[in-house]
Design a protein around this ligand. Structure first.
Ligand SMILES: [Zn+2]
Length: 144
């Protein structure tokens, strides 16, 4: 059985070195779908559930939706993005560092790992919508 819960948050990023307009600082309203697989609990308070939607919500909010919302998400290996992040941090503004370029694909992979490893969620897929017509899906299989 699979359950899916959807979240939404806004963030700013830039793709340093991109050959188009995404090299500029800009933002998106992302939609995140978190899919969790498992068998149904038997008995007790969670009888008949893969996982309580309220518990999914609390975990995803804590590890992803709240930290990323209205943050500048940047690639710590990009000098220009890191300099911009340092400026914002000096002003006590919100930033999130990643180890890779902040494409939707890399962010989906990063969020998948955060939720599985830090959040302990049995995530089977992440779908990250960058625009209403563009999304990527990451399932952890072979890390591609
Ligand atoms: Zn973008």
């Amino acid at each position: 059985m699979k359950i899916v819960k959807t979240f939404s948050f806004d963030l700013a990023h830039m793709l340093d070195g991109h050959d188009g307009k995404c090299r500029n600082l800009h933002g998106h309203t992302y939609k995140l779908e978190v899919e969790i697989s498992g068998s149904l609990a038997q008995g007790g308070a969670k009888d008949g559930m893969v996982m309580d939607f309220a518990d999914v919500k609390a975990c995803v909010k804590h590890w992803v939706a709240e930290p990323f919302d209205h943050a500048f998400v940047y690639n710590r290996h990009s000098e220009r993005e890191s300099r911009l992040a340092a400026l914002l941090q000096n002003w006590q503004l919100k930033t999130v560092a990643m180890d890779k370029r902040t494409t939707a694909e890399n962010m989906a992979q990063h969020m998948f790992c955060l939720l599985r490893q830090q959040g302990g969620l049995n995530v089977s897929a992440i779908r990250l919508w960058e625009t209403p017509t563009s999304y990527c899906e990451y399932t952890g299989a072979n890390h591609d």
